[in-house]
Design a protein around this ligand. Structure first.
Ligand code: SAH
Ligand code: SF4
Length: 472
């Protein structure tokens, strides 16, 4: 574990000064209107949460926001590197920006996040997309104000990609996307080096925020009326390592559970190797923690789990699941699964199907293995053709679809507490939201219910979720 480095308000004084300078420069550049920014975060919740801080800084610098790239004066893409198809999509979207730059030469285009933290990607952007003004990695998001200033002062291309392991930056301005659900990172980075995964290379070493910082933020969100808080980390179960205060994830959960207010709490992601029975007991005993555990198994074959460097086997995993189901009878379970890891055989894949049938997950996030530059798995033999992997993938989806339907049927007759997200598909006359177990629930109602927590009696089950009626 590397030494923790925390930047707070006083360390950010220089950036605050740059924000003021940029605000002044933008006023000169746009004397008659507010300049507009378009931002988009690809990928995981951590990225979306980082994106909220980027928007916070842009707002402080004087930008308003638009959801039309064509009318933006500044466009920032916060990129994702976890799978190849995300990268392809981003390259395509960056290619499309060229015409906006032609129409509006003073448009500022910035790319940041995980893709930029990889040297070969930054090189490709520099060479093939020269109209990109700013390139900054995951460890440099807080430097956006000084980068913007340099660009506005005339520097054509500004880059900040520090190879260092990253810092914890507190006290950054934030502009949250929602008023009901909030993301709250409790730790950054990952030390696990699963052999397929690029995250440890692009997000640096694991580092935890101090518990009092997290609790302050929880209290603040509660007082602002947020109804759901999602605690974020690549492996929340290893929270607390390297902190001066002796606090682990379970203790943190207990402290959060004690905070006054009418809100519920989720977290992701739990790594099975560090998931403890105490954590499961804590959920069972808590008032605010949702009865849902996302516990990515990745594969049901012990041979593949070893090759993936996951540090658990199916016996340990199934033991945890059994314990959790016993302690929390209304528990919802979900998982991530990778199909077609290098060297995986159909037999290995069938072991995954077996595990999925045994656990009976409520829902799954499924991925076909994607080769990532610099990872160990990228060096492994990968003889199974893509068409075969797709066949396995479809088989997994169909097995899970039946299980999801069956799990949803079990909810018929129950009353679920639903946080309403807004109108469901057009023409249905229904609104939709999530239950505490994170199951999609729809019921007849209008948009005015958005953001409210309501009770819904379940009457109908599907493989995507359930339908019900509101209980007054
Ligand atoms: N830290 C979390 C999630 C990380 S990324 C965890 O360990 O669970 C989210 C998911 O993307 C992973 O769980 C994995 O299923 C998938 N993933 C990561 N790298 C991948 C790759 N190279 N190819 C396919 N899927 C991948
Ligand atoms: Fe990637 Fe594994 Fe870390 Fe998750 S735990 S981010 S899958 S290396």
């Amino acid at each position: 574990m590397s030494e923790r480095i925390e930047l707070t308000k006083s360390d950010l004084a220089q950036q605050e000064k740059c924000m003021e300078d940029v605000r002044r420069m933008l006023l000169e550049r746009y004397p008659n209107r507010q300049p507009l920014a378009f931002t988009h975060s690809y990928g995981c919740q951590q990225n979306v949460s980082d994106g909220e801080k980027i928007r916070g800084m842009l707002a402080e610098m004087g930008y308003g926001f638009t959801n039309q790239e064509s009318e933006a004066d500044c466009i920032i893409f916060n990129t994702c590197a976890v799978r190849e198809n995300a990268e392809f999509r981003i390259y395509g979207n960056v290619g499309n920006l060229k015409r906006y730059k032609k129409q509006n030469p003073s448009l500022i285009i910035g790319l940041c996040g995980c893709m930029m933290q990889q040297e070969h990607v930054a090189k490709k952007i520099r060479e093939s997309y020269p109209y990109v003004d700013l390139i900054f990695g995951t460890h440099a998001a807080h430097l956006l104000p000084s980068m913007m200033k340099k660009r506005l002062e005339g520097q054509k291309h500004v880059e900040e990609i520090t190879p260092q392991d990253g810092v914890i930056v507190e006290d950054m301005p934030i502009r949250r996307d929602g008023t009901v659900k909030a993301w709250l990172p409790i730790m950054y980075g990952c030390d696990n080096f699963c052999t397929y995964c690029v995250v440890p290379y692009v997000r640096g070493r694991e580092r935890s925020r101090r518990p009092e910082r997290i609790l302050d933020e929880v209290r603040q969100l509660a007082s602002q009326g947020y109804k759901e808080i999602m605690l974020l980390g690549q492996n929340v179960n290893s929270y607390g390592k390297g902190l001066e205060e002796p606090v682990d994830f379970t203790q943190l959960l207990r402290q959060i559970d004690e905070v006054e207010g009418d809100f519920r709490v989720r977290f992701m992601t739990s790594h099975p190797k560090d998931c403890t029975r105490e954590m499961i007991d804590t959920i069972a005993q808590s008032k605010k923690l949702c009865h849902h555990i996302h516990l990515p198994v990745q594969s049901g074959s012990d041979r593949i789990l070893r090759l993936m460097n996951r540090h658990y086997d199916t016996e340990k995993y199934l033991g945890l699941i059994e314990y959790a189901k016993e302690k929390i009878p209304d528990l919802t379970l979900s998982s991530d699964i990778i199909v077609g890891f290098p060297g995986e055989t159909y037999e290995d894949f069938c072991a995954t199907l077996d595990l999925v049938r045994k656990v009976e997950y409520d829902f799954l996030f499924t991925f076909i293995y994607s080769k990532r530059v610099g990872t160990k798995a990228a060096q492994m033999d990968d003889p199974v053709p893509a068409s075969e992997k797709s066949k396995w993938f479809r088989e997994l989806l169909s097995v899970q679809s039946e299980i999801s339907q069956k799990r949803c049927e079990k909810l018929i007759g129950s009353v679920q507490q639903v946080l309403v997200d807004g109108p469901a598909r057009e023409g249905t006359g229904r609104v939709g939201g999530k239950s505490g177990g994170n199951i999609t629930v729809e019921f007849p109602g209008d948009a005015s219910l958005t953001g409210q927590m309501v009770h819904v009696r379940i009457t109908e089950a599907h493989n995507w979720g359930v339908i019900g009626e509101r209980q007054e």
